[in-house]
Design a protein around this ligand. Structure first.
Ligand SMILES: CC(C)(COP(=O)(O)OP(=O)(O)OC[C@H]1O[C@@H](n2cnc3c(N)ncnc32)[C@H](O)[C@@H]1OP(=O)(O)O)[C@@H](O)C(=O)NCCC(=O)NCCS
Length: 174
């Protein structure tokens, strides 16, 4: 694992690099799991304008090595949702995705959020399972003509509370 990686909040000056990297990742990594038609529509949705718009209502973070952006994440504490974690194909399996996730999870914990939700791409389900997420159900995210098959997942950050609560509910139902 590389040690000189910095995880920080993204700034508007990073939008161009994030957009370029996202297109590269969809073309090179996600394309192995989705049809060319889906990939084409997906790529059409990724633009500096869209990222800029999403900067208004979600938090973006980047992983940087020697001032080069090699990964990014997007989430909302208010909506208890991780929207995406993406790593440059050149840097996969070097714990960068995990580092981005840990930064995000700390943000949720600092705000005393009990549960995180996300919709995972088909290729990233194993990654999120490693981080403690469980599969909820398959969903179809509408693009234009095509739809993107994704897996809804969730992770409880307060496991013991949930077990006690579950037991109480079962008791009151019996
Ligand atoms: C999913 C993704 C972010 C993982 O990033 P990464 O930096 O390669 O992952 P890490 O090296 O941090 O892996 C952390 C752990 O998850 C495991 N892991 C990583 N990717 C995995 C995968 N696709 N399936 C199963 N396990 C995976 C690693 O082996 C590692 O396990 P360990 O802790 O036992 O060693 C990266 O593959 C990616 O950007 N994919 C394309 C974009 C995408 O679809 N993102 C999800 C959007 S919701």
């Amino acid at each position: 694992m590389k040690n000189n990686i910095q995880i920080r909040k993204a700034k508007t000056k990073d939008i161009r690099a994030i957009t370029k990297l996202h297109k590269k990742i969809v073309s090179e990594v996600n394309s192995a799991f989705y049809s060319p038609e889906v990939i084409k529509e997906w790529l059409n949705k990724i633009s500096e304008g869209n990222v800029n718009h999403q900067f208004q209502n979600s938090v973006w973070i980047v992983a940087e090595i020697d001032s080069k952006i090699i990964g990014f994440g997007q989430y909302s504490v208010k909506d208890r949702q991780i929207y995406q974690i993406n790593v440059d194909p050149k840097y996969l399996n070097q714990n960068i995705g995990k580092r981005l996730y840990e930064y995000i999870e700390n943000g949720f914990k600092n705000n005393e959020i009990g549960k995180i939700n996300l919709n995972s791409t088909l290729n990233a389900v194993g990654f999120y399972q490693k981080l403690g997420f469980e599969i909820v159900q398959e969903i179809n995210f509408k693009l234009s003509r095509q739809s993107l098959k994704m897996i809804k997942m969730e992770k409880s950050l307060r496991k013991d509370c949930q077990v006690v609560l579950g037991r109480d509910i079962r008791k009151s139902l019996s």
